[in-house]
Design a protein around this ligand. Structure first.
Ligand code: NAD
Length: 248
């Protein structure tokens, strides 16, 4: 890592992929603002780590995001990376997805990325920082089970390209990571044994990924090793996207 890349902000950092990403950034020597709406869990994991700033924030709330951005910039000084990772999932077909559920999923998965990126763009531009947005393989392929989720993630892929196109002149890079299935709370709340078996069959590497494997890709894209990479969507999915097999 360049010695000048010393800070990062990670949303949804209290557990799962966000926590693994936080730990990799810390191992790189970065100071990390850990953002999550789960105040208790955030305080618990932050207390176990050094060099972190826990900030409780619901990323779907514009005022809370504005306050989070002010606090993060004040405490970090410079913002070299923003990882928009906070996410929630729905489960079920279109006809069973009520509007409130749809809005809840869009609020975190899409509005959250929009709000956090916009609030932090002045700080990112100031130092030619990097954004990594976390979408999903569900944003690349249709599924009968994740209507609002897949739609929100497809929009995040486009928003990433828009950010890269608009902010590139300021040296800001924006890329998107699409994880395949990882055994986090989010996934395992809805993955039945039938879905787990179907994924194992459909994924060329025949297994779920780990939080660490996804975090490695995120940290690479935030690093100067990816200095000429922007506007890209990278699937960390064991090869699932390279096959023609549909989502369970
Ligand atoms: P997780 O449920 O383990 O962690 C998500 C974290 O985000 C939690 O700490 C939660 O409190 C936080 N969060 C949720 N809504 C928030 C909000 N409005 N404001 C602030 N914090 C909020 O989930 P995960 O699997 O680690 O998911 C991380 C990202 O990876 C998500 O964007 C998810 O869609 C994506 N993803 C996960 C998988 C998978 O299989 N686990 C696959 C593809 C994509």
């Amino acid at each position: 890592m360049s010695m000048t890349r010393t800070t990062a902000i990670v949303t949804g950092a209290a557990r799962g992929i966000g926590l693994a990403t936080t730990d990799l950034f810390l191992a790189e020597g970065r100071r990390v603002a850990m953002v999550d709406r789960d105040a208790d869990e955030l305080q618990r994991v932050a207390a176990e780590r050094e060099n972190v700033i826990p900030i409780t924030c619901d990323v779907s709330d514009p005022e809370a995001v504005a306050a989070m951005a002010r606090r993060a910039v004040a405490d970090l000084g410079e913002v070299h990376a923003l990882v928009n990772n906070a996410g929630v999932a729905d489960f079920g077909p279109i006809d069973e997805c009520d509007f409130a559920t749809c809005q809840r999923v869009m609020g975190t998965n899409l509005d959250g990325v929009f709000l956090c990126s916009q609030a932090l763009s002045p700080a990112l531009r100031a130092v030619s920082g990097a954004i990594v947005n976390i979408a999903s393989i569900s944003g690349l392929r249709a599924s009968t089970l994740r209507v609002a989720y897949g739609t929100s993630k497809a929009a995040v892929i486009h928003l990433t390209r828009q950010q890269a196109a608009e902010w590139g002149e300021h040296g800001v890079r924006a890329n998107c990571v699409c994880p395949g299935p990882v055994r986090t709370k989010l996934a395992m709340a809805v993955h039945t044994q039938e879905i787990i078996d179907a994924y194992h069959d459909a994924i060329p590497l025949n297994r779920y990924g780990s939080e660490r494997e996804v975090a490695e890709v995120i940290c690479f894209l935030c690093s100067d090793r990816a200095a000429y990479v922007t506007g890209q969507t990278l699937a960390a999915d064991g090869g699932f996207e390279s096959t023609g097999v549909g989502l369970p």
